[in-house]
Design a protein. Structure first.
Length: 330
């Protein structure tokens, strides 16, 4: 981003631990699942930050904790100068108008007993933004905005395809004119032919409305296409963050290098020469992460220090952050 850009969101040392308890009547706290463990990053106004990593690494938990759908265990989420983690419930309710979420499963995130019109209008009613004729007109405007027929307001979710349902979810997220939208794997459950349509819609809406995205996904090629910068997450921690092209062309962390080696290249000559990095072993449990670096149990180049000291997440090059003992700053 340019030097004049300002962070819309600043996440500092965010943690989310889920307690592990034992007992039925009297429960004893015996440990924690460290779903998000000391994560820090910024999201600038008008940009898309892609967040990638394996299933279970904590990507979705980061997004939900930022919006306080999960209460943070520790850390700060500063949105436009306001620390969301310190707000009272009524203050957070007013702040939520400026941040919304698009959920992963369009089949589960829409109430099957409500019409499309009522689903999209619900945020307007909850926050008292529009009523009566004004509300109906706003719902129809939102349906047009996401490429659906405005006269579908009386239909139910089961009458739509997966891609159309996700468009309904996008329309609901746009209802209150938010500044930040967290896209929680919005295309992972859709057909490949529909994924590009939804991504193009998100890009078009960002240009027209000046939106800021946190885009959580598995598809590395798609994240490179839509994102300005990318953050790579492993076992509750961000291990590398940089410009999207820098991440692809010059990955520094061994885990990022393994991820990028798995991305197919549509060129048989290049593909034949590429070296595929196969990670051995299993992902450790977030309830009992390893000492030192979280990645040391699977890292092909780990040294003794990696098993003893946790690496700092530092800026090793301009705009390129990494948490690895083998990567030195320049």
């Amino acid at each position: 981003m340019t030097a004049e850009s300002e962070p819309l969101v600043q996440v500092h040392h965010l943690k989310k631990y889920f307690p592990i308890t034992r007992g039925i009547i009297i429960q004893h706290h015996i440990g924690d699942i460290k779903a998000v463990d000391d994560v820090s990053f910024d999201i600038y106004k008008g940009e898309t930050l892609g967040l990638v990593g394996e299933t279970g690494c904590g990507k979705t938990t980061v997004g939900r904790t930022m919006l306080r759908l999960y209460e943070p265990t520790d850390g700060q989420v500063i949105f436009d100068g306001v620390d969301l983690a310190a707000l009272r419930r009524d203050e957070m309710r007013r702040m939520r108008r400026r941040m919304q979420m698009i959920f992963q499963d369009p089949y589960a995130s829409l109430n099957p007993r409500m019409t499309v019109g009522n689903i999209i209008a619900e945020p307007l009613e909850v926050h008292g933004v529009a009523h009566g004729k004004e509300k109906r007109e706003r719902v129809q405007e939102l349906l047009r905005l996401v490429g659906l027929n405005p006269y579908f307001v009386n239909r139910y979710p089961h009458e739509f395809s997966g891609g159309q349902r996700q468009r309904i979810g996008i329309a609901r997220a746009l209802a209150l004119n938010p500044d930040l939208i967290i896209c929680d794997e919005p295309i992972s459950s859709l057909d490949v032919s529909i994924q590009a349509q939804v991504v193009n819609l998100l890009e078009d809406l960002q240009d027209r409305l000046g939106l800021t995205y946190l885009f959580i996904a598995h598809d590395l090629s798609m994240v490179r296409h839509i994102s300005d910068r990318m953050a790579v997450m492993y076992l509750g921690k961000i291990v590398e963050l940089a410009d999207r092209n820098e991440i692809y062309l010059n990955p520094l962390h061994p885990y990022t290098q393994a991820l990028m080696s798995a991305v197919p290249v549509p060129d048989p000559v290049v593909e034949e020469k590429r070296q595929r990095i196969i990670l051995k072993g299993e992902i450790p449990s977030p309830a009992n992460p390893p000492e030192g670096c979280n990645f040391n149990t699977r890292c092909p180049v780990a040294i003794d220090t990696c098993f003893e000291v946790e690496p700092e997440f530092i800026e090793v090059q301009e705009g390129h952050f990494c948490a690895c003992h083998l990567v030195k700053g320049q």
